[in-house]
Design a protein around this ligand. Structure first.
Ligand code: ASP
Length: 590
């Protein structure tokens, strides 16, 4: 009877005595002359294979002597228990080995640039260049198994709730949502361009106008931005839209999706997630993505700081800024070196400096003690409820810089003092974002999310008179200080949409030119609707405990937007450009 191929990584002591046929890659090989060991790896795992003259026969030993790392082989043999001393507890198949009787090469491999093992010294560049080898590393495979399971559970959760999965175009109209578009020239319409979608935003809204009521898509999105370490030019969103809903309905669905997704990795959440407004989040934690695994709120010290005569405080307050602080419980013993590091950290977040003070054994110490005076320092410490053994960090600056610096310090302090228990997880919603932000240089308003977000009804009258105070029906969902996604209840009335465009300085002609199809659709019976998009790559990264998005994207780009494996982006033949009516551009000589 001919043997069927079996998964190598699933063999156990129970299989002892069975003949098996395995196919896979050669891992490490140990050649002891008479005796050759090699590990065989396939998707299921690894198993040790043994060749010896007596049991395997001379031909098999000869073939095994030729085997090299990453050759693809077929092996036939018998499963044998290992002696007690030889059992390898580090691999699931460690109780047995396969005594081979035959080895056949299915493909040979050149010496790989690095071994596909979890512990590797290979640089990330090399890993990305030889991505096919990198993806052979067991952790990478596990990440993609996890990603597959997460995507499956998300689909199931949404399908069970009557969501329709609908694909929207990749070649679409340029309707910028805050980032730069990737453009695709049209050959048939010389001089015209498609854009790759920054998100399916307008299509999903139009599907609501079409009466689909519940839409989702695991959608690829493209944004031509200067990349930061944790960004990719193309990424995947779980895109959701619903009709006849309010925020609560969207939250309930998204919470179910996130609980199902993170459940795959044993990260639990319970519905409903806590909610806080943007204003509260900024005041209490200095950020719109607070990490609620620990408390450590910021305190406003402006009132007690006023009139102290301490120059940094007075200067900030006179300039319309604030003095804000953070009590670090148990932070008293932190070293001077750590505090110098944190002063730098505050600076990298835009603050001009950091003032600190400690209380220990009834004594107060602070580099600012002299300049502030004992009484003023005491006043500040008690306003911040600083107890013996605690540390106070204070920043005097513009509100935005003080918040950003203290938010970063809060995270660093939680890590340093053990207030952060990394085994815990905390989801939350941040709601009521401002509708608009203001470009400080030009003074113009821009949408905080995108221009299709609905203002709160009661703030509508402020659209023209005081745009900065209009609150949006917009929300973000956050896990452990990381934004997982954002969304909003949308504008479903053409007149309100036109007013928002106007507030954004988009003229009627421009509004029609860019978004005419949306405005038209809103005139033909648009139901109230809202939704959200979640970043699938980030969700998978957090679930996998990976430190980079590149570890959960099969073929990612580098931070400069290149694919080291395929060499994209690349130049193209002049003839291709001519077909597109584009004049050849020579890249600058480097
Ligand atoms: N389209 C939005 C984004 O990509 C999300 C949403 O509002 O649903 O950020």
């Amino acid at each position: 009877m001919s043997l069927e191929r079996e998964p190598a990584g699933k063999l156990t002591g129970q299989d002892a005595g069975r003949r098996v046929l395995l196919r896979g890659w050669v891992g490490r090989r140990r050649d002891l002359g008479e005796l050759i060991f090699l590990t065989l790896r396939d998707r299921s795992g690894v198993v040790q294979v043994l060749f010896d003259k007596v049991r395997s026969g001379a031909d098999a030993v000869l073939a095994a002597a030729e085997a090299r790392t990453e050759d693809v082989v077929e092996i036939e043999g018998e499963v044998a228990p290992r002696g007690a001393a030889q059992v390898n507890r580090e691999i699931p198949t460690g109780e047995i080995e396969v005594v081979a009787s035959r080895l056949e090469f299915l493909a040979r491999s050149e010496t790989p640039p690095f071994l596909p093992e979890d512990r590797t010294n290979a640089t990330e560049e090399l890993r990305l260049q030889y991505r096919y080898i990198d993806l052979r590393r067991p952790t990478m495979l596990r990440n993609f198994e996890l990603r597959d399971e997460i995507a499956f559970r998300i689909r199931k959760t949404l399908h069970e709730r009557s969501f329709l999965e609908v694909e929207t175009p990749m070649l679409t109209k340029s309707t910028p949502e805050g980032a730069r578009d990737y453009l695709v020239p049209s050959r048939v319409h010389p001089g015209s361009f498609y854009a790759l979608p920054q998100s399916p935003q307008l299509f999903k809204q139009i599907l609501m106008v079409s009466g689909f009521e519940r839409y989702f898509q695991i959608a690829r999105c493209f944004r031509d931005e200067d990349l930061r370490a944790d960004r990719q030019p193309e990424f995947t969103q779980i895109d959701v839209e619903m009709s006849f809903v309010s925020e609560n309905d969207v939250f309930a669905v998204v919470e179910a999706v996130l609980i199902a997704a993170f459940g795959v990795a044993g990260i639990e959440g319970s519905s409903p997630f806590p909610r806080l407004t943007y204003a509260d989040a900024m005041e209490r934690y200095g950020t719109d993505r607070p990490d609620l695994r620990y408390e450590m709120p910021l305190v406003d010290l402006s009132d007690v700081a006023r009139g102290t005569g301490f120059v940094p405080f007075e200067k900030a307050l006179e300039g319309g800024g604030v003095v804000r602080g953070l009590r670090v419980p148990g932070g008293g013993p932190l070293s001077r070196k750590k505090l110098d590091e944190w002063t730098e950290l505050a600076r990298t977040h835009g603050a001009s400096g950091l003032v600190w003070a400690k209380r220990s054994a009834g004594e107060t110490s602070s580099p600012a003690k002299k300049a502030l005076g004992e009484a003023a320092l005491e006043g500040i410490l008690s306003a911040a409820a600083v107890a013996d053994g605690d540390l106070l960090l204070a920043v005097a600056d513009r509100a935005a810089a003080a918040s950003a610096a203290l938010a970063a310090l809060r995270a660093a302090a939680a890590r340093e003092t053990g207030a952060l228990d990394a085994s815990k997880h905390a989801f939350c919603w941040v709601t009521d974002f401002p509708l608009f932000g203001r470009d400080e240089k030009t003074g113009t308003w821009f949408p905080m999310n995108h221009p299709f977000t609905s203002p709160r009804d009661e703030d509508l009258p402020l659209l023209e008179s005081d745009p900065g105070r209009v609150r949006a029906r917009a929300y973000d969902v956050v896990l452990d200080g990381q934004e997982l996604g954002s969304g909003s209840i949308r504008i479903h009335r053409a007149d309100v949409q036109e007013r928002v465009f106007r507030a954004l300085g988009i003229s009627e002609t421009e509004g029609r030119e860019r978004f005419g199809f949306l405005l038209d659709a809103l005139r033909f019976g648009a139901p109230p609707h809202g939704g959200m998009a979640l970043g699938l790559d980030r969700i998978c990264m957090l679930a996998a405990g990976a430190s980079s998005l590149r570890d959960v994207i099969a073929f990612p780009k580098t931070t400069s937007g290149t694919c080291l494996m395929t060499g994209s982006p690349s130049t193209v033949a002049d003839s291709q450009l001519r077909e597109l009516a584009i004049a050849p551009v020579r890249p600058p000589e480097s």
